[in-house]
Design a protein around this ligand. Structure first.
Ligand SMILES: Nc1ncnc2c1ncn2[C@@H]1O[C@H](COP(=O)(O)OP(=O)(O)OP(=O)(O)O)[C@@H](O)[C@H]1O
Ligand SMILES: [Mg+2]
Length: 227
């Protein structure tokens, strides 16, 4: 099992009051390596909160997160950053590319913590291979402002994959795209799932877009209901 969430709860304090809201409530989720999962749910149901916890950007209020049989809730902040950099790729609704860097530089950013010469060369080669795979070879020296929305998201996908993560998280990756570009991006992600042997979790409002994932869930009242 790649990922096993056990009884995850997450509450937030409401600023200026002593009330808390509970967004995730004893939630369980299992994901095998290389598989794909889609999570649907209305706005405010806690989908992004759940992804933030899986990617260790945020900690749960209670519960256990087993990743490859290690319990992430026992890691300190440095260990969590290292875990995230090596094991997790994230694609957001907006591309989050840095405007002052060209595409190749944006993609190589997550490789900076590893400074060995051999690694730098291997990562550059991998960047070129992935950029070719998503049809952006001719764009490597362009800046994000010079690309279409779909091209920026494809670049964000390459950046998420550059360190060969075992899990890619996509939080409404098509949210800023028109229908054609959205379908193209999902097809590309599903192809990369098998080519790269990387497990994926998609979060979306758009149920029809997710035809061929291994598992589907709806997030309701802080829990996942299998569809
Ligand atoms: N840091 C925070 N502090 C307080 N409340 C928060 C915080 N982060 C999220 N929430 C609340 O938790 C709930 C779930 O938010 P979340 O962003 O996870 O929803 P979502 O399902 O991703 O919604 P959307 O589909 O609109 O992106 C919301 O009510 C939100 O206001
Ligand atoms: Mg969200």
């Amino acid at each position: 099992m790649l990922l096993n969430l056990e009884k995850i709860s997450k509450s937030f304090n409401i600023p200026g009051s002593d009330r808390v809201i509970t967004v995730l409530n004893d939630l369980d989720l299992m994901l095998e390596g290389g598989k794909t999962t889609a999570i649907f749910g209305p706005s405010g149901s806690g989908k992004s909160t759940l992804l933030n916890i899986i990617s260790a950007l945020d900690r749960p209020t209670s519960g256990k997160i087993n990743f490859n049989n290690s319990d992430l809730t026992t890691y300190d902040d440095n260990a969590l950053s290292d875990f995230r950099n090596k094991q997790i790729g994230i694609v957001f609704q907006q591309h989050h590319l840095l405007p002052q860097l060209n595409l190749l530089e944006n993609i190589l950013l997550p490789t900076l913590p590893d400074v060995s010469r051999a690694s730098i060369e291997a990562k550059r080669e991998r960047a070129m291979k992935l950029l070719n795979r998503v049809g952006l070879t001719e764009r490597i020296f362009h800046y994000p402002s010079e690309l279409s929305g779909g091209e920026k998201q494809r670049c964000a996908v390459v950046r998420a994959l550059i360190n060969t993560p075992s899990l890619l998280l996509a939080d409404e990756p098509t949210g800023s795209l028109d229908q054609n570009a959205a379908v193209g991006l999902i097809d590309l992600l599903l192809e990369l799932n098998s080519e790269e042997q990387v497990a994926m979790i998609f979060v979306t409002h758009d149920e029809p877009l997710m035809k061929s994932v291994s598992d589907k869930y709806r997030l309701i009242s802080g829990e996942l209901v299998k569809l």
